[in-house]
Design a protein around this ligand. Structure first.
Ligand code: G6P
Length: 362
């Protein structure tokens, strides 16, 4: 059943493996037989009326929001800003004239988000909750709600909800772009792109032993680790570092690769693991140069690069996918890096210390 881990040692591994199926389920749920994305007309109408979308989220869902923002900007030509719920509620920025709020939340119960929802509803501003739990508080209290269709997520560290959030946002961005007549949205064959990504994700979970070998070589005993990338790869780096921190207690950070030279590179010592994520043709050479700079200072560089950008000596090839969608492919090896590091160190992967699945206090 959906809440039984079956032959899996941990829910987290089961949930990592479920990601291709979740993506295909989302396509069934949101794509019509003629290839058009099916989203409620009143929701599209509200989104099209907005002059800026404000994503408000926490934790992994915040990282999914960062990945989603450029989709709405490029495919639907609407400016987007992304905020941490715990900050936004008390230090609200000056809002645009016609804002719309999008709450991305696995549980739909996060208290930091609810206090924002209450405040913006008091100002009669439109709200959408995108959640894995359609009966949740935030789904019921927002004007509109969309479901992530990921099935119950039991492991504290979020995996399949993240990819479901990124994929659902791509579908919504495409639908909004088509509704507004934006050429970039009309020209993108999103059904095809996401179907290919589901296949690529399947290969990644089928070949997970490669990742276990990388963990044994580079992450077995380290006290810290750094993930670097640019653009969407930077957002993946943030989520990858959070995964590793949460369950293996390795002090991990995600950095914008170009910022290393402005301070961070001081942290690099002999054998410090630096995981470079490279999927964007525009910045690939720059990120590679940044990784080399850390190698020259003794770092153990692990490179995850898209096939079309691969170089000899790379540790893992990622599928070539549309740049806006690359987090859907790039995050899976990073989830597995965290999983094996935690498991090999003998921790309870599903129930990390000090953390809760859903945080219902501010
Ligand atoms: C908790 C969980 C995180 C999650 C965050 C936001 O801190 O441990 O995994 O990302 O809450 O949760 P939400 O349900 O709003 O996505």
């Amino acid at each position: 059943t959906a809440t039984d881990k079956g032959a899996y040692p941990y829910y987290m591994l089961k949930e990592i493996d479920e990601q291709p199926a979740v993506l295909r389920r989302l396509l069934t749920a949101y794509v019509k037989p003629d290839g058009h994305v099916d989203m409620p007309a009143n929701l599209l109408n509200a989104l099209a009326a907005a002059d800026r979308l404000y994503f408000v989220a926490a934790g992994t869902s915040y990282h999914a929001s960062l990945a989603a923002a450029p989709m709405f900007e490029e495919l639907a030509h609407v400016p987007v800003s992304v905020h941490l719920a715990s900050e936004f509620g008390y230090h609200m920025p000056l809002l645009s004239e016609r804002p719309m709020f999008i709450f991305l939340t696995q549980s739909g119960e996060t208290a930091d988000i609810r206090q924002v929802l209450v405040k913006v509803k008091a100002q009669h501003l439109p709200t959408l909750t995108i959640t894995n739990v359609p009966t949740s508080t935030l789904a019921r209290e927002a004007d509109y709600a969309l479901s992530l269709h990921a099935g119950p997520e039991i492991a504290v560290a979020s995996t399949k909800a993240y990819t479901a959030q990124v994929a659902t946002c791509s579908l919504l961005a495409k639908a909004l772009g088509e509704y507004k007549g934006v050429a970039a949205a009309e020209q993108l064959d999103l059904f095809h792109e996401l179907s290919m990504i589901a296949d690529a994700q399947q290969s990644q979970v089928d070949e997970k032993e490669v990742i276990h070998t990388i963990v044994k070589d580079a992450l077995a005993t380290t006290r810290n680790a750094f993930y670097i990338g640019r653009g969407s790869d930077y957002y993946v780096a943030l989520e990858a570092a959070l995964k590793l921190k949460e369950i293996s207690y390795v002090q991990a950070e995600g950095f914008a690769a170009g910022e290393l030279k402005h301070g961070t590179i001081a942290l690099i010592e002999k054998d410090t693991p630096v995981i470079a994520i490279i999927t964007d043709p525009v910045t690939a050479a720059h990120t590679r140069a940044n990784a080399s700079e850390t190698a020259a200072r003794g770092a153990k560089v692990i490179t995850l690069a898209a096939k079309g950008l691969a170089a000899p000596g790379d540790d893992l090839e990622l599928a070539d996918v549309h740049p806006l969608l690359s987090p859907l492919a790039a995050i899976i090896p990073c989830q597995l890096l965290a999983y094996y590091t935690s498991m090999d160190r003998g921790y309870d992967v599903d129930r990390p210390r000090n953390l809760a699945k859903s945080v219902t206090v501010e």
